[in-house]
Design a protein around this ligand. Structure first.
Ligand SMILES: *Cc1c(COP(=O)(O)O)cnc(C)c1O
Length: 367
């Protein structure tokens, strides 16, 4: 190889400054929102930190739903900015109860902001976003939604639910790159940021991005935008437009339905019992008593299937069957269910692998 051989990862065509606004507009059309859409030139965790940092201030009263480490981080970032935060923590790996959020709001009397993850990729829970959005609206609070995982797997109705800030990640159900993320911002959220003590210049300041990009006619982005990531995002949007957002969501819903049917036919109840509160990105399956989670993951790996670990205090109690993005398809779903079943069988559990496979197949055979 010579030093000058063409390499597609290194010899990257420029992503023109004139391309950012049309790309943003395509994403706004896909998610049917008139809110502003910003690119964050980093993975979605930074976009979440930017949202918390841009809205958090001394005196702000926030109700923060915690159903995974992401919610814990969000609360920590709000507190760092001086906000008074009440965490509503769900049982491990389970969706939050709407009633628990309602009680927190009622107890506080006045709430400025409600933050919630929509669907979890970390544990398979789907939070009651519509219900919590209604509570936030009734309280006159801003609503911040971590839709990083849910966008493309569930409907995220930014306008209908009045989501003031939605953080979207291309790398999950949208099937795009990891190194960029998206934030939608309502007029109300921009107005609220005006009463936050200014901390610019900062990469965490959404107001800084507004002034440097939106207010200047959406041309060149500040800094050096990563061309590889932007080309990849545009390609992901091409694919998404070709498939259609509704079809993309249906594909994920079917993967979840088949995974859950497959687990039950094996003889195992999914970690999240309620089908209507289960994430379409991953399906969490229990690690039975007496079975070691690492041994289970290793046994599935022998079939070429990577089961995901749990997080936090349930790290050893569940595994995640991943059906996100390109994995929301018959082949990966069937492999997940049968390898999980075969791994359990190898560790001495009684499961019906044939019935599990048949149940997955039956869901994919439905018209
Ligand atoms: C994946 C994910 C994120 C972002 O995490 P990464 O570090 O970018 O993978 C944030 N929130 C949720 C709910 C996620 O699933």
């Amino acid at each position: 190889m010579s030093a000058h051989d063409f390499n597609p990862l290194l010899d990257i065509p420029v992503f023109p400054a004139s391309g950012f606004a049309p790309l943003a507009d395509r994403l706004k059309r896909i998610f049917a929102t008139g809110n502003d859409l910003l690119f964050i030139q980093a993975e979605a965790l930074l976009a979440l930190e930017a949202a918390a940092s841009s809205l958090g201030r001394p005196g702000l009263v926030a109700v923060n739903v915690v159903t995974s480490p992401y919610g814990t981080y969000f609360g920590a970032w709000l507190r760092r900015a001086g906000a008074d935060v009440v965490d509503v923590v769900a049982p491990s790996g389970q969706p939050v109860a709407t009633e628990a959020v309602a009680q927190a709001i009622e107890m506080l009397g006045h709430v400025d902001l409600v933050a919630i993850v929509h669907a979890e990729a970390a544990n398979g829970a789907l939070n009651p976003l519509e219900e919590v959005a209604a509570l936030a609206r009734a309280a006159g609070a801003l609503l911040v939604v971590d839709a990083v995982a849910s966008a493309g797997g569930h409907a995220v109705d930014i306008e209908g639910l009045g989501i003031d800030i939605a953080v979207l990640g291309p790398q999950k159900a949208l099937g795009g790159p990891v190194g960029l993320s998206l934030v939608t911002v309502s007029d109300r959220a921009w107005a609220a940021m005006q009463s936050v003590p200014r901390f610019s210049p900062s990469l965490l300041s959404l107001l800084d991005i507004k002034e440097a990009w939106l207010d200047r006619g959406r041309g060149a982005l500040p800094g050096t935008p990563p061309p590889l990531e932007f080309h990849a995002l545009a390609a992901a949007v091409d694919r998404l437009e070709a498939e259609g957002l509704a079809a993309r969501i249906t594909r994920h819903q079917r993967a979840a339905k088949a995974s859950r049917a497959g687990l039950r036919a094996l003889g195992v109840e999914p970690w999240v019992a309620d089908d209507d509160r289960a994430s379409a990105l991953v399906t969490a399956a229990p690690v039975p008593d007496g079975v070691d989670a690492s041994a289970l993951i290793d046994a599935a790996a022998a079939f070429g299937v990577a089961l995901g670990r749990g997080f936090g205090d349930i790290e050893h109690r569940l595994v995640r069957l991943d059906h996100t993005g390109g994995r929301a398809a018959f082949g990966p779903v069937l492999a997940n269910v049968t390898a999980y079943g075969a791994a359990l069988a190898a560790l001495g559990q009684v499961v019906d692998i044939g019935a599990g496979a048949a149940a997955v197949t039956a869901v994919y055979g439905e018209a």
